[in-house]
Design a protein around this ligand. Structure first.
Ligand code: NAD
Length: 505
């Protein structure tokens, strides 16, 4: 990829796209300021219930009477692969839009876009495998067909931290299954979704199959409440997830909720400590720490704690904080000023609970960072398990350390939060790794690596981290319904077949 230049651009107008028609006028638009420069880079129309209703109507028509759900899976896969090729061809622009609007380092955004193209290709391959089952073991004249069908019209609500990537964790899987969709990106990062929806049209996907409504939570709420939407797949905070759960009750739509996390890195004394230190720093600074599987808790065995914390501190001080579009940057700008303030408040909050700030958190004086939302990554030792820094999602580059002496103590600490999205184990002992991995209450466990899983692995949360799975075969199946068709051949003689269990309650 070529190096994107850092230039001031005109603010982009980002509108809705409904049945391939772009709406670019509205009474209300939301200014998006780049987190790195505080300049307005885009203006996003504030969609509401009228735009959502129009988009859902378009998706409904495309599903009920359009070609998409009836198409052969081979044909659908062809379209998805074309979209993947167009993502590759437009990778520089997509990465730049995501880095500029989210504040993530451009190199991270480039990784996201490569990953997004891969997800479209993987979903194309899954489309080819779409199948049901048969059951013939209920008498010689019985055939049971289990049909797998697309669930219908889906609403996809996306957060700001991985705009194009999380969109691609949902949309191609829904399309592979034969669903039609209304996409609602975050109001902070709508530009890459806007471009992606245009690329999908360019790939030849029929009008109305994918629709875009931009705007804030009002548009998301309207989509969740719509009686004409069959499934909502939401990624965002646990607080908003609870609102989505309540709003979806009207028509009992299916739900997939990918919510917050509070992962722990558990470092045992027999780990490769150098590898683990590098992983721990990556785990809390990757994507500015604004990552659902970010690792803001370090649980370290007391016997190696002092030496290990020193190494982590040394590495954290070397992390290059800089403008998101600068290729040398490892930690960019946080999403907006209130978020930066909240992240920093965890540092002072930890001190009130007896925490000891080892490094970071201080204001940055580098002139190149101007008006942006930057902070040095912070390391805090002696974090108490009841402190907010241990319990709440921080979503920034702040790492709290708690020491343990036994594996069961480490498991108790790791599981002692409301979340259950991911955890990491660092140990070279197979017994320790397997025992701890089985005891952890999280949808993902990384071992001697972190934030590292291919799309074949299902992803989702235990407890308040969500409902359902994304990616893998399970993620594809979320967008399908099963229909059981029971067939008797031959003639019924005066009665229905007698079975021990009639199958109807
Ligand atoms: P958020 O909950 O504030 O917003 C997410 C999306 O929901 C946005 O598009 C927003 O406009 C929309 N929204 C807001 N109010 C709504 C409502 N009442 N009804 C429907 N939609 C509404 O989250 P965020 O700040 O954009 O993202 C950060 C959060 O997302 C973190 O908590 C993070 O852990 C979580 N996240 C989870 C995963 C995962 O896979 N589990 C991945 C990434 C991010």
């Amino acid at each position: 990829m070529s190096t994107p230049t850092i230039t001031k651009t005109e603010a982009r107008l980002i509108g809705h796209i409904i049945a391939d028609q772009e709406a670019n006028r509205a009474d209300e638009a939301i200014d998006r300021r780049a987190p790195g420069t505080d300049e307005v880079v885009s203006q996003v129309l504030a969609g509401g219930s009228a735009e959502v209703a129009a988009a859902v109507r378009a998706a409904r028509t495309a599903f009920d009477s359009g070609a998409w759900p009836k198409m052969s899976v081979a044909e659908r896969a062809l379209y998805l692969n074309r979209v993947a090729d167009l993502i590759d061809a437009n990778a520089d622009q997509l990465a730049r839009l995501d880095a500029e609007e989210s504040g993530k380092p451009i190199t991270t955004a480039e990784g996201d876009i490569g990953g997004a193209a891969g997800l479209w290709r993987y979903a194309a391959a899954l489309a080819l495998t779409m199948k049901g089952q048969t059951f013939t073991g209920n008498g010689p004249d019985y055939t049971g067909l289990v049909l797998r069908e697309p669930v219908g019209v889906v609403g996809l609500i996306i957060p700001w931290n991985f705009p194009a990537l999380i969109l691609s964790q949902k949309l191609p899987f829904a399309l592979a299954a034969g669903c039609t969709a209304v996409v609602k990106p975050s109001e902070f990062t709508s530009s890459s979704a806007h471009l992606l929806v245009k690329l999908i049209a360019q790939a030849g996907v029929p009008a109305g199959v994918v629709n875009l409504v931009v705007g804030d939570g009002r548009a998301g709420q309207a989509l969740t409440e719509s009686d004409d939407v069959d499934l909502v797949s939401f990624t965002g905070s646990t607080a908003t997830g609870r609102r989505v759960l309540a709003a979806a009750a009207g028509n009992m739509k299916k739900l997939s909720l990918e919510l917050g996390g509070k992962a722990a890195n558990i470092v045992f004394a027999d780990a490769d400590l150098e590898d683990a230190a590098a992983g721990v720093v990556h785990g809390v600074t990757f994507n500015n720490g604004e990552c659902c599987v970010s690792q803001p808790r370090l649980l370290v065995h007391a016997s190696v704690a002092d030496e290990f914390i020193q190494e982590v501190s040394r590495r954290m001080q070397r992390v290059r904080v800089g403008q998101p579009l600068d290729r040398e940057t490892q930690l960019g700008a946080l999403i907006h000023a209130p978020h930066l303030k909240r992240v920093k408040s965890f540092i002072s909050g930890a001190q009130e609970y007896g925490g000891d700030v080892i490094t970071g958190g201080q204001p940055l004086s580098d002139a190149a960072l101007g008006k942006g939302q930057f902070m040095a990554p912070a390391l805090i030792d002696r974090v108490a398990a009841d402190a907010p820094i241990f319990q709440e999602e921080i979503f920034g580059p702040v790492l709290g350390v708690t020491r343990f002496t036994t594996a069961s103590e480490a498991i108790g600490l790791a599981n002692g939060v409301q979340y259950g999205l991911a955890n990491t184990i660092w140990s070279k002992n197979t017994d320790t790794v397997l025992d701890v991995a089985k005891a952890l209450k999280s949808g993902t466990v990384y071992v001697n690596t972190t934030i590292d899983a291919p799309p074949q692995m299902p992803f989702g949360g235990y407890k308040a981290s969500g409902i359902g799975r994304e990616m893998g075969e399970a993620g594809f199946e979320e967008f399908t319904e099963l229909k059981s068709v029971s067939i008797r051949t031959g003639k019924r003689v005066n009665s229905f077949p007698q079975t021990d269990w009639e199958g109807v309650a």
